[in-house]
Design a binder for this molecule. Structure first.
Ligand SMILES: Nc1ncnc2c1ncn2[C@@H]1O[C@H](COP(=O)(O)OP(=O)(O)OP(=O)(O)O)[C@@H](O)[C@H]1O
Ligand SMILES: [Mg+2]
Length: 270
């Protein structure tokens, strides 16, 4: 579904170019959820933003490819990237309020995403938006459509962002720490929702997270990053039970011995 190879990205700084990621390579096979883990600053978000063409102006991909549906996203035109984002790849960012427009009614935001890719009348847009909001278990979706982002709780806002990301049934969903801005009580609900949208079928998920327990629960494959490089990748069951790289061992050893992590370990050793 997505094949990233040799991906290298630099930021221009006053002290000259700084390399944020250096020769990253991994695959997201069709129908598979892939987790990306690694400590803060290891390059997880830069990798995602490089693939999606969402780097700030002073960031530049200086090498590598990201093959998706027969095209390289890195050299794709802006027009093609806009088509791919939203239509073929759904993106869920960390902070839902950053992803929603504060001054537009939610309904208008659905209409904008729809109309970027399809011709659709107002009633049709509304029907589609209601269906998507129901599928992510938003209560009173009619009221949500009439309202604004600031009227929503964090968990509800992230549900709306997921509904927007899923609007055109994209075959690939990329989520960058989709729950870290949320209350712990809703974190699992949101991950369950994302997993449910992707599970069973041809859809793939690329899920960036700090949480190895989340990877154990939701992902079949894992990519371990450190200092802008991939140090290890493979099936979760293999990497978590028999980590090859000392850094992966360190990450696994740092998982707190809480009941959920113990059960997560049991899961993957089966
Ligand atoms: N906008 C930016 N300008 C300059 N450097 C940046 C920028 N964004 C990221 N970097 C650098 O790129 C490296 C990777 O950052 P990135 O945000 O990808 O880390 P991350 O793995 O997503 O971390 P976290 O887990 O905290 O989200 C870091 O060393 C960071 O300093
Ligand atoms: Mg990040």
């Amino acid at each position: 579904m997505l094949t990233v190879s040799g991906l290298t990205t630099e930021f221009r700084t006053r002290k000259g170019p700084v390399r944020a990621i250096d020769g990253i390579g991994f695959e997201v096979p069709t129908g598979v959820a892939v987790g990306v883990v690694g400590e803060t600053g290891s390059g997880k978000s830069v990798t995602i933003r490089s693939v999606l063409g969402l780097l700030p102006g002073y960031g530049r991909v200086i090498g590598g490819r990201a093959e998706f549906e027969g095209h390289d996203l890195i050299t794709a035109s802006r027009k093609r990237l806009r088509h791919v984002r939203g239509n073929r790849i759904g993106f869920v960012a960390q902070n839902p309020f950053g992803a929603l427009n504060p001054v537009l009614r939610i309904e208008k935001q659905f209409a904008n995403v729809v109309r970027a890719h399809r011709r659709m009348g107002r009633a049709e847009v509304r029907d589609l938006a209601l269906r998507r909001l129901e599928s992510v278990q938003v209560p009173s979706p009619e009221r949500v459509l009439r309202g604004y982002a600031h009227e929503l709780s964090g968990g509800m806002a992230q549900r709306v962002v997921i509904a927007l990301a899923m609007l055109h049934d994209p075959p690939l969903v990329i989520a960058d720490e989709p729950t870290t801005a949320l209350d712990v009580t809703v974190q699992r609900q949101i991950l369950d929702l994302i997993a449910a949208q992707v599970a069973g079928g041809d859809r793939s998920l690329l899920l960036v997270t700090h949480d190895l327990g989340v990877v154990a629960q939701y992902c079949a494959r894992v990519v371990v990053m450190r200092s802008g490089e991939v140090v290890e990748q493979g099936a979760v069951a293999d990497v978590f039970t028999d980590p090859q790289h000392p850094y992966t061992r360190k990450l696994l050893a740092a998982v707190p011995p809480a009941p959920w992590s113990a059960s997560a370990r049991v899961e993957v050793t089966r």
